[in-house]
Design a binder for this molecule. Structure first.
Ligand code: CAA
Length: 295
């Protein structure tokens, strides 16, 4: 059955090589997923060789883990490793038909990335963004071919979370959307079509919950009480654990986008800001006795 709003699959174009802009944790998880499930070459780029090597190293280490757990055959492991390469030059995208960015959550950074990519790729190469909350429409504004941009928003950890939000911007064309849905099928993800609205759908709902937890914390409720009191509700992860996994700066960006759009319904946590300014990466750090405490 065709997902709601998905265009006719016959419009989908073949994807034989994928480019990933960025080699950070999200980008590396994407590269691994694409190579493993779609079995096509994937090239990751970043600003220096050390970052590129780290990304490719992550993919190799995750393949080793899958092999150790017998979740992947030796042949599939070898093939997946060989399919993922890295480069410091976006020229590596010249023959790609789908390029996705997973770089810093800053509109101008993403626009700059797409301007550089568009100068290299062929006119019908599809461009995708994994942004959590920025406007896909704004990202498409200065493109020579805005109709080729689509939002392709994955959730952490990419290997296990089944959902994928496919974001249609006003100019995204049907062939691009149809290809996005076909890719999602190949990736074995459940794709939903969402409008280009602030933080799309899932983060908008999730952030109402996160926002109340951080507000309680800002107002003086101990972090552990604010965070763990919801555990008996059957959540797979407590909100702060989730925030730490996603990354505090990403969580704050999503809060800011929603606050800009909806005002006080989405408060921006003052404590999160302070923690980020002090370089704290996670709300929780392991204590000497193995328990976890707030830094
Ligand atoms: N990478 C790869 N695989 C991972 C992983 C990771 N980071 N973390 C867990 N897994 C795998 C484990 O290896 C394990 O696989 P096997 O069965 O093959 O061994 C499987 O997931 C289950 O893991 P665990 O048994 O260790 O732990 P769990 O039962 O608690 O499940 C979880 C882990 C699936 C992550 C679960 O805790 C969960 O669903 N958490 C909520 C995650 C969530 O809500 N994510 C959305 C975040 S919001 C976001 O990402 C949006 C954004 O834009 C910011």
């Amino acid at each position: 059955k065709r997902p709601a709003g998905a265009p006719d699959r016959r419009l989908a174009r073949p994807v034989t090589k994928i480019g990933v802009v960025g080699a950070g944790l999200m980008a590396s998880q994407l590269a691994l997923l694409f190579a493993r499930q779609l079995k096509v070459p994937v090239v990751m780029t970043d600003i220096d060789q050390a970052r590129v090597d780290k990304g490719v190293g992550y993919v190799h280490a995750e393949v080793d883990k899958l092999l150790g757990k017998k979740r992947i055959s030796q042949d599939a492991a070898n093939r997946t490793r060989a399919l993922v390469t890295g480069s410091v030059s976006k020229e590596a995208f010249a023959d790609a038909d789908f390029v996705i960015e997973a770089v810093f959550e800053e509109l101008n950074v993403k626009k700059q990335v797409f301007a550089e990519v568009e100068a290299i790729v062929s006119p019908d190469c599809i461009l995708a963004t994994n942004t959590s909350s920025l406007s896909v429409t704004a990202m498409a504004q200065d493109l020579a071919h805005p109709e080729r941009l689509v939002g392709f928003h994955f959730f952490n950890p990419v290997a296990v979370m089944p959902l994928l939000e496919i974001v249609r911007a006003p100019k995204t064309d049907d062939a691009v959307l149809a290809t996005a849905f076909e890719l999602a099928k190949g990736l074995k993800k459940t794709a939903v079509l969402v409008k280009d609205a602030p933080a799309f759908v899932v983060n908008r709902i999730l952030l109402r919950l996160m926002g109340e937890v951080t507000a309680a914390f800002d107002e003086g409720t101990p972090a552990e009480v604010a965070d763990t009191s919801l555990r008996p509700m059957g959540l797979p992860m407590t909100p702060f654990t989730l925030g730490a996994m996603v990354g505090l700066p990403v969580a704050q960006h999503v809060q800011e986008s929603l606050h800009a759009a909806f005002g006080d319904r989405f408060a921006v946590s003052t404590n999160l800001q302070k923690l980020i300014e002090n370089g704290v990466k996670s709300l929780w750090v392991p204590a000497a006795d193995g328990s976890q405490e707030i830094p």
